[in-house]
Design a protein around this ligand. Structure first.
Ligand SMILES: O=C(O)CCC(=O)C(=O)O
Length: 257
């Protein structure tokens, strides 16, 4: 067991936990360096990988200061990139996951949020399961690994503790919470300030957001998303998605992801 009873209880009650110093400086450096190489196109981990430019730059409202600073996020790196694969399957991360989702663990996906100091934009309040509706039960877990120190100023994550118990919200309700958050601080939200190498783990129903980077330092965070192998993919695409997700620990189950 990687987590103490207190940490598990914190996750059950609040929908997230912070594990300090989970990664070594060397592990953080390896992932961070690779992220930069992928962001600028020095390394291209085909197929299925994605690179998203900051929306204001896409809309040509602002000019990109550099290619590196223009990238909002990278995605789908684990399948083909050995450095990102090594991170997503790091036993220290999977040991925590085992305590949270059980012994049979599959990878749902991965996203690397670059949040540059020049252009890093807000990520609205959301529940991850709202984007992953076919995957039931709604109890996936993400590991968000800080590749730089994440502070209030440079756009750390914010969570609403206990919101994973509210069930799947409709999109209107999610939008309403975002509107309230933009109007002023929510009384129940908490900032998740991390040092590079710390990781936070959150439930896929926990409402979270990150603010615009208003500092001179960037804030990269690598989110790897996991689920129990007993998860089912329902609705459209179920047949093709069945048994296609990468098994990381334990075993697979018939009719499940
Ligand atoms: O890093 C961010 O700014 C957003 C992260 C996020 O939404 C997630 O990890 O699910």
């Amino acid at each position: 067991m990687a987590l103490t009873d207190e940490q598990k209880q914190h996750f059950d009650e609040n929908g997230y936990i912070i594990v300090r110093e989970l990664l070594t400086d060397e592990e953080v450096r390896a992932v961070g360096q690779r992220a930069d190489q992928i962001a600028v196109g020095e390394v291209v981990p085909e197929p299925g990988f994605g690179r998203q430019v900051e929306p204001a730059i896409q809309r040509e409202e602002v000019e990109a200061k550099s290619t590196l600073e223009s990238i909002r996020k990278l995605g789908g790196l684990v399948r083909t990139d050995p450095v990102m694969y090594a991170h997503a399957t790091n036993p220290k991360i999977l040991d925590v996951l085992e305590d949270l989702v059980g012994p049979d663990i599959k990878l749902f996906g991965d996203q690397l949020f670059m949040k540059s100091s020049a252009h890093g934009s807000r990520k609205n309040y959301h529940q991850d399961s709202n984007s992953w509706r076919p995957y039931v039960p709604y109890s996936l877990v993400s590991c968000w690994a800080a590749l730089d120190d994440a502070t209030i100023e440079n756009g750390c994550l914010w969570f609403i503790p206990g919101s994973h118990k509210w069930g799947l919200l409709d999109v209107e309700r999610e939008r309403e919470i975002e509107k309230q958050a933009l109007a002023g601080p929510l009384e129940n939200e908490v900032p998740i300030e991390l040092k590079a190498g710390d990781c936070s783990f959150h439930h896929s129903l926990t409402l979270h957001c990150s603010h615009t980077n208003r500092s001179k330092t960037r804030r990269r965070g690598y989110a790897t998303h996991y689920m129990s192998s007993k998860t089912k993919c329902t609705g459209e695409g179920a047949a093709t998605k069945s048994n296609k997700h990468m098994l990381l620990r334990g075993r697979e189950y018939p009719g499940c992801v």
